[in-house]
Design a protein around this ligand. Structure first.
Ligand code: PHE
Length: 463
């Protein structure tokens, strides 16, 4: 029967709500912070081409697969596999997803906390700039000011920790109030505003003198730039595609379980992937022209956005107000993602381990809190956690498509994707081809190459 979530299970209220919640999960720091710096480190346009290819050929099929599993079972990432494949080992994929959720949430919430620091700083700068004439400071001075601030802030302990705890608290608070009221409501309003603000930044950035080189860097693929370390770069593009779409760890299995039977899963997935990719490219368009106009190194690393954006704001009239609004929205975009990661753990705790939602949220928030605090104290742990999605997510995604392609099979996927015949599924054969062959073979091949090149770098004589 076509109906909503079974029993007293919560569900998303409307088609737009589903898309907003899933897009809210997908769109976040991954698009605005991680994508530009990873692209900047890995050769620009050529990386973008590979990235787009992965989104289309692997990302969308994996996303549809997660939705199919979640909505079919109407359960959390572990319970879903247990219900569909009882007595088998498939639920270990879900368990891996829960573990991955702990790791991702820990470092991600730390970075989310940075937005609060910048938010507060922009208020402070607003207050002092009237005295020192912020807008009259030259670019060098402003850049020095911000990157110094970044360095002292990030290498400090107490402030990053404080902001982390604040973000973790909000995340827990929203998740505790439940799916529809909490998650859907915030995502629906805030995502569209963020887009508008980004577009304003793009206009400022591309009209800067010297912006052209940034556009060339972003849009003119030069494949010789990836020759240096092709395997590593391609694997990072794959990892970033998974990270940005929130796939490979059961986030969208969990959200899929809240999607009503009447919704069209394929069009939801395509819309979400499109919105996510669009925002990433728009973020690139805001960042790289300015990076080149101001002579910043595009391969700067994780601080790229945090040192580039302030310089753009500085060159805008009323810049600090823009800065304030931007960091505020970035903070919200981050929260609509953190809640989706926490929801993986909470749904698992409450449905599989029989905890109340409140207890599950408290326990999950507290334990991620401990991990995150370790991240703020140790840059090494932060670095390892930040790099881990590149491996963990495609690894999980591999088993998810294998499960859907071979275990669930053609009939069930058709039933689910068509909402029991309600929608046309002319793409069904293509979908099966992608989840049975293209996605798993591509992931396995790239992993094998990665391992091989790792071995080569340790024992060069083999090559
Ligand atoms: N996709 C989110 C972003 O781009 C991060 C995320 C990863 C969220 C994995 C959920 C699961 O910011």
């Amino acid at each position: 029967m076509l109906q909503g979530g079974s029993g007293d299970r919560d569900s998303f209220g409307s088609k737009f709500g589903v898309i907003a919640a899933a897009a809210g999960s997908a769109i976040g720091l991954g698009n605005i912070w991680r994508f530009p710096y990873v692209l900047g480190q890995n050769g620009g346009g050529a990386f973008l081409v590979i990235y787009l290819l992965f989104i289309a050929a692997i990302g969308i099929p994996v996303m549809m697969s997660e939705f199919v599993i979640g909505r079919r079972a109407q359960l959390n990432a572990v319970g879903a596999f247990k219900k569909i494949a009882p007595g088998k080992k498939w639920h270990l994929i879900g368990l891996l997803g829960v573990v991955t959720a702990f790791i991702i949430l820990a470092f991600y919430t730390v970075v989310a906390g940075w937005t609060l620091e910048y938010l507060i700083q922009s208020v402070k700068w607003m207050a002092t700039s009237s005295k020192i004439g912020f807008s009259e400071m030259n670019n060098e001075a402003v850049r020095g000011f911000f990157s110094n601030h970044y360095e002292t802030f990030v290498s400090g302990i107490w402030r990053p920790m404080l902001w982390f705890v604040v973000m973790m608290f909000f995340t827990g608070y929203i998740v505790m109030s439940g799916v529809k009221k909490g998650i859907e409501r915030y995502a629906k309003i805030l995502m569209p505003i963020l887009l508008v603000l980004l577009l304003v930044l793009v206009i400022r950035s591309i009209t800067l003198e010297g912006a052209r080189d940034g556009l060339v860097f972003l849009f003119k693929p030069d494949f010789s730039t990836i020759r240096e370390a092709p395997v590593r770069i391609i694997l990072e593009a794959l990892g970033q595609a998974f990270f940005s779409l929130s796939i490979g760890m059961g986030t969208l299995i969990t959200y899929g379980s809240y999607i009503q039977k009447k919704e069209n899963l394929a069009s939801t997935a395509v819309n979400v992937a499109f919105a996510d990719t669009f925002i990433a490219v728009v973020a690139g368009l805001a960042i790289f022209p300015a990076v080149f106009a101001f002579g910043i190194n595009p391969g700067e690393g994780p601080e790229l956005v945090y040192i580039t954006l302030p310089v753009i704001f500085q060159s805008m009239s009323g810049g600090l107000i823009w800065a304030f609004m931007f960091f505020l929205l970035l903070c919200f975009a981050a929260i609509t993602s953190t809640i989706s990661v926490l929801e993986v753990i909470v749904a698992y705790f409450s449905e599989q381990l029989n905890m109340t939602r409140k207890r599950a949220t408290l326990l999950a928030t507290f334990s991620v809190g401990v991990l995150g605090i370790i991240c703020t104290v140790s840059p090494d742990v932060f670095g390892i956690f930040n790099a881990s999605p590149d491996l963990l997510l495609p690894f999980g995604g591999f088993f998810i498509v294998i499960f859907v392609g071979y275990f669930l099979g053609g009939r069930t996927t058709k039933e689910e994707l068509s909402s029991e015949g309600k929608y046309k599924v002319g793409y069904h054969q293509l979908f099966l081809f992608l989840v049975r062959f293209v996605a798993p073979i591509a992931i396995a091949f790239l992993f094998a190459l990665g391992v091989y090149s790792r071995i080569l770098s340790i024992f060069p004589s083999i090559g």
